[in-house]
Design a protein. Structure first.
Lengths: 241, 835
């Protein structure tokens, strides 16, 4: 058959006017035609496991997929212990673990250090206000020694410190919403997440698993196709086995 | 846990367990707490820490003692990562030597990490010129460590090994901040760093392994930093298997990796063999230029991202601008694209952020700002190198006032680079004749630049070992100082002040164009007493300074200003300039010979002076050597290196040939000396087939000047001297016979000269000049063809060949000009960047 015949009437409609839509089968076969190397897939999975902190899964996966382990893998356990300590309110322990893991982190990241110290202050306040005759002295001395001088130099720190100290003035059970959120365990989780990200960043690892970026990219591409009025089966995250 | 007040006694005790506990407590109480750090330093904790870190290792494995050293190292690191007020207190010789010792001995990886981090933090303060000069073994130790830990990493990617490597690579650019000290470490470090970078690029391609991006980017930056042009060409020759993964990294998600890749690719591309260096820029192979162009968008995007951020300018990574500067030094399309993307305005906006209203903190510029400021200025100077419009834009953006302000700040290690960069801007701007005569005059540049040359020379004003007979001939104040310093002592002195030398070199480069004869700044600069400084620069053992100083001297004797020539010669003296003609550096030779070329141009006085001081035969011997100069390939260097110096050899030949042209343009007796040196003439005739047209042109000019027929009344002293030459001449006759004798001498001389002119022409014909001229009639270059016609006419009329009709003769005669009028002086408003 000559080349001209293939674009003749009836030979293949799709090649004359590009079809603005794909059936599921067409779509799937298109997807299958894109070759992704096993190595890249493995790296993607490994990256997800490491950043999300699944150490034993990551170690097993590294063994099975026969890929060398990465820096960040070694520190998963340390990061998880630090996270656990912050979640449990053991801030001093967390700080010491951070200093063991990366002595540079708190020296070079004063904002992070301040938020940890403030969390430590909140824990002291929690302890002091828990009992009716709690000793307020440790709270005051901690605030004076570690936080006051920082707050002097930085207006953001000052506001945060003032708000935290206000906790002492009100009964725990009737706090204004702004103050209540300081006592909420979610603050610990926030700080723990920031610490985790800072450690990862210092190790040269992206804060976010690459897979998440890919999912977002997929969403962007789907939107772009829809704007072009192309009909195609969209990705349902539930369908990913 | 030990109470904080009781820590110090534990540190000083022999109880290792107690010591370790105290160190751990100390660590947690100082990290992130500046007030604690200050207080412990006040109590003398530094000595305790250094003593623990430096605990002698007697070969017995002692885990507790090792752990103590590690913890002490970590604590010291925390002190280093503080406000400059605190970290600068650590900066003692004891600290540096203790830390370097850790690197040169077998040390536990954790201690290595801590020590490397501390050194990095301390060196970032830039309080010391160059660590490699204080510790010559350091580069070798680093090289061994990089090799060792690279191997470990590739075998088993362990976190601690990666950390050691990353810290090693971070330190590399800091131990050799200056250009010349980089060269000294590059031979040690290029190999291991290349292996590391190549391995990491290959690793990530083959296995898809998440090779730590921080290690990768620091390793790439370290390699880019130590790369010499020769090494870069060798690596570039490795081809796509190395460059393709690097190009892919230009799209890496993190900025550090993108920057590192751009910086290494820039180093690789800009060291490719330049094909032509012209007034519009450097021309390289087209594919190299294309690759260079792909780097521009990457770098501009990096720059835009930092400028877009709040508190923009100051946070900008200086390496972005530094890399752009290296790229823009190429000129041509790359520079145009950068300017189109608004680079000049962006740089000026950064400078305004760093130094609002040209105001610098009294006495010092902070290191981080200094780095940013110097790369900003360097980039501006690169942008204006080949383009007058861009120079104008730079001036209009207000850069000159910044330059002047920088020059007037106090000298500190941190300001050195800024001053060097400021000199580069000045040099770029001085390439514009228009700016030289307008804006620059009013800017107050002169004081700044003479001070830069003067400050350093006050410390280093000492003549190097010269032939003893120089000393008497040069009436300089330095003669009073001891001359017989041993060579090694002098070398050590200069090494210590290497960075001062770099400042002087940059200032000298700026001086070069400012002292040209059409520059209104020439007189003010000379009046400031710059000559002794330039002459002392020409004596320097530091080659770039010697080169630029010789260059400046060359420009000072350019033109017809006899007063300046006399002034220069009174300071310089011939022995030094002759010595420079035989310098081991070919580029210095070129400048020194150009100096003689300019000195002898249109100046019989200086031809005589040259002959009197150096000796006629010696001058021609020198010229003879230079005319037959061939690049001698050094055994240890590649062919590429040879190719890159090739143009200078040709320039030396051109300069030497023009010295002959100028001597032949002197009096008749000068022409006689040229004719008397047949060896030189033979070379000239040979060189008429040289591939470079300027060489051919100079040869033809020589022939034109040698066949020139002197107007009878031009030079009475010549006639007298001719009388002396001639044996029959009644020299020293009685005064009563004087008039009559003169008449007879004069008429006799006419005949005598007619014969002499003819003999000259015959000599040239005998040496084959006539045939060569016939060949040059077909020369591809118009100028050569035209001058060839003139030479043929003059030669033929003397030897009586192919006589022309009287009218023809008149026509041609009207078109003739004295050789020297058009045989240009050596002037290049140009010099290579020495950064």
């Amino acid at each position: 058959m000559s080349a001209a015949a293939s674009i003749g009437p009836g030979a293949n409609n799709a090649s004359i006017t590009p079809k603005r839509g794909y059936s599921r089968e067409q779509w799937e076969s298109k997807l299958d035609s894109v070759k992704v190397s096993k190595a890249n897939l493995n790296a993607l999975v490994m990256n997800y496991l490491i950043i999300e902190g699944y150490q034993s899964a990551a170690l097993k996966f590294a063994q099975e997929a026969n890929i060398s382990s990465s820096v960040a893998l070694d520190s998963i356990d340390d990061r998880m212990q630090i996270r656990a300590a912050i979640h449990a309110g053991a801030i001093q322990e967390a700080i010491e673990r951070i200093n063991d893991l990366n002595p540079e982190l708190l020296d070079t990241n004063p904002e992070l250090h301040f938020s940890l110290l403030r969390l430590q202050l909140i824990e002291l306040i929690r302890k002091c206000t828990a009992s009716p005759n709690g000793d307020i002295q440790p709270v005051l001395s901690f605030a004076t020694t570690h936080l006051a001088s920082r707050a002097q130099k930085n207006p953001v720190f000052l506001t945060d410190l003032e708000r935290t100290m206000a906790l002492l003035c009100f009964p725990q059970d009737s706090l204004a919403p702004q103050l209540a959120e300081l006592m909420d365990p979610s603050l610990r989780r926030q700080v723990a997440a920031r610490v985790n990200e800072a450690i990862l960043e210092a190790q040269g690892v992206m804060r976010e698993a690459k897979m998440r970026g890919l999912v977002r990219l997929w969403g962007w591409a789907e939107n772009a196709l829809r704007q072009e009025k192309v009909d195609f089966p969209s990705l349902d995250l539930k369908n990913i086995a | 846990m030990i109470a904080e007040d009781d820590l110090l006694p534990y540190l000083r005790s022999d109880d290792r367990h107690g010591q370790l506990g105290a160190l751990r407590s100390l660590k947690n109480s100082v990290i992130g707490h500046s007030d604690q750090k200050a207080s412990y330093l006040d109590r003398g904790v530094l000595d305790d820490l250094l003593a623990i870190i430096g605990t002698p290792q007697d070969g017995v494995k002692d885990p507790i003692s090792d752990e103590c050293r590690i913890q002490a190292g970590v604590v010291l690191g925390s002190f280093a990562y503080s406000d400059p007020e605190i970290s600068s207190r650590l900066f003692t010789p004891a600290t540096l030597s203790t830390l370097v010792k850790v690197l040169t001995q077998y040390s536990p990886p954790a201690l290595l990490i801590a020590s490397l981090r501390t050194l990095t933090a301390l060196l970032t303060l830039r309080l010391t010129p160059s660590l490699v000069q204080q510790f010559p073994d350091l580069a070798k130790s680093l090289s061994e460590l990089i090799s060792h830990y690279s191997t470990a990493c590739f075998a088993n990617y362990a976190r601690q090994d990666v950390q050691v490597l990353t810290n090693l690579c971070t330190l590399v650019p800091l131990i050799s901040p200056s250009h010349s000290s980089t060269q000294s470490v590059s031979s040690e470090l290029t190999g291991p760093l290349f292996d590391l970078v190549y391995g990491s690029l290959k690793g990530s391609q083959a296995s898809g392994l998440v090779f730590d991006s921080k290690l990768k980017s620091t390793a790439i930056l370290a390699l880019a930093h130590v790369l010499t042009p020769t090494a870069a060409r060798e690596i570039a020759a490795a081809g796509p298997k190395f460059t393709n993964p690097l190009l892919a990294l230009l799209r890496a998600p993190d900025t550090a990796t993108r920057l590192s890749a751009a910086s290494l690719l820039t180093a690789l591309y800009t060291s490719g063999k330049p094909e032509i260096t012209s007034t519009s820029g450097v021309t390289r192979a087209p594919q190299i230029t294309t690759l260079a162009l792909t780097l521009v968008p990457t770098l501009m995007k990096l720059l835009d991202d930092t400028i877009a951020a709040p508190d923009h300018g100051r946070k900008c990574d200086p390496r972005i601008l530094h890399t752009l500067a290296i790229l823009c030094r190429e000129g041509g399309d790359v520079t145009d694209r950068c300017v189109e993307a608004g680079l000049i305005k962006k740089i000026v906006s950064i400078i305004v952020q760093v130094a609002p209203n040209n105001h610098f903190a009294p006495g010092r510029i902070f290191e981080t700002d200094g780095k940013l400021l110097s790369s900003s200025l360097l980039c501006l100077s690169a942008l204006g190198l080949y383009n007058e419009d861009y120079r104008k834009a730079i001036i209009e953006a207000g850069a000159l006032s910044v330059v002047v302000a920088v020059m007037n700040t106090a000298n500190t290690p941190a300001t050195r680079e800024v001053k060097i960069a400021a000199c580069h801007v000045l040099r770029t701007l001085s390439r514009s004749v228009r700016l030289l005569r307008t804006t620059m005059v009013e800017s107050g540049v002169v004081c700044g630049i003479v001070d830069l040359l003067g400050d350093a020379s006050a410390e280093e004003e000492r003549p190097l070992l010269e032939n003893v007979d120089n000393v008497g001939s040069e009436p300089e104040q330095m003669d009073d100082e001891p001359v017989h310093t041993t060579v090694t002592e002098v070398a050590a002195e200069e090494d210590e002040e290497e960075e001062d030398l770099e400042v002087r070199t940059a200032a000298m480069a700026a001086v070069c164009n400012l002292v040209l004869d059409f520059s209104p700044l020439r007189k003010p600069i000379l009046d400031k007493g710059i000559l002794p400084l330039v002459v002392s620069g020409a004596r320097s053992r530091y080659t770039p300074l010697r080169l630029n100083s010789t260059w400046a001297l060359k420009h000072m004797v350019f033109g017809d200003d006899m007063e300046t020539k006399a002034c220069v010669m009174s300071h310089l003296g011939f022995p030094l300039i002759i010595k420079l003609c035989d310098d081991k550096e070919i580029q210095v030779q070129e400048q020194a010979l150009d100096f003689l070329r300019n000195l002898t141009a249109r100046s019989e006085t200086y031809i005589d002076m040259l002959f009197d001081n150096v000796g006629v035969d010696e001058v021609f011997h020198l010229v003879d050597c230079k005319l037959s100069l061939r690049p001698v390939p050094p055994i240890d260097e590649s062919e590429q290196e040879l190719l890159s110096t090739q143009p200078y050899y040709t320039k030396v030949i051109i300069a030497a040939a023009y010295i002959v042209v100028h001597i032949a343009a002197g009096y008749d007796r000068h022409r006689e000396t040229v004719i008397a040196h047949e060896a030189v003439l033979r070379k000239i005739v040979q060189l008429m087939r040289h591939e470079n047209y300027e060489v051919r042109l100079a040869c033809v000019w020589t022939l034109i000047n040698l066949t020139w027929v002197e107007e009878p009344n031009r030079a009475p002293d010549d006639v007298a001297s001719a009388g002396q030459i001639h044996t029959v001449s009644p020299a020293g006759g009685q005064s009563s016979e004087q008039v009559q004798q003169e008449q007879s001498v004069s008429s006799f001389a006419e005949l005598y000269f007619a014969d002499i002119y003819r003999r000259r022409a015959m000599t040239l014909v005998r040496l084959g000049a006539r045939e060569q001229l016939e060949y040059l009639k077909q020369d591809p270059v118009l100028d050569v063809r035209e001058k060839t016609k003139t030479a043929i006419y003059q030669m033929d009329s003397l030897v009586g060949r192919s006589p022309l009709s009287a009218e023809d003769e008149q026509d041609i005669e009207a078109g003739l000009s004295r050789g020297v009028e058009d045989a240009g002086d050596a002037m290049q408003i140009d010099s290579e960047l020495h950064a």
